[in-house]
Design a protein around this ligand. Sequence first.
Ligand code: HEM
Length: 146
Amino acid sequence: MNKYVKLIRIALVAATIMVATKPVSAQESTLYNALGQESGISRIVDETVIQILNDERIKSGFKDTNMKRLAQLLKEQFCVVAGGPCQYSGDEMAIVHEKLGITSAQFNALAEDLQAGMEKCNIPFAIQNKLIARLAPMKRDIVTVK
Ligand code: HEM
């Protein structure tokens, strides 16, 4: 067999082994994929914003907010948090929310709205919980009122 053909065959076998042994998590089971990648996350945020603006518990807090901009930043942020190939261009959570006087109950209300938004998009419950769990640590930066 020609030397070059042999080398190419060895390279192909090596590449196949590398792909086959790559951990599943790195290949396809990221939360980003489970949420439907960019378009799925976009729909989730749009549905969540609808929930927020209809939520008597928190909607008044958003009356002066540019919701189009907020939705765009939430899409970026959720993408990053879910392990997607994005960049978040907004400000830090503590800085953005520090003067808003947000309570724990309001935080939980928004988390429920997100859950309802994901439900609308038929995201399985276990996946919903994964996104909520990744956002939960932000509570200490967002809630400033007991
Ligand atoms: C996990 C919970 C939350 C996340 C991930 C989150 C995320 C964000 C993001 C990404 C922004 C935009 C940042 C920027 O402007 O650079 C933002 C802004 C804002 N958030 Fe939150 N937020 C959360 C909870 C809340 C809650 C509970 C409230 C009130 C009930 C709230 C009220 C606001 C308001 C009013 C703004 C806009 C501020 C402005 O217009 O300058 N957020 N949030």
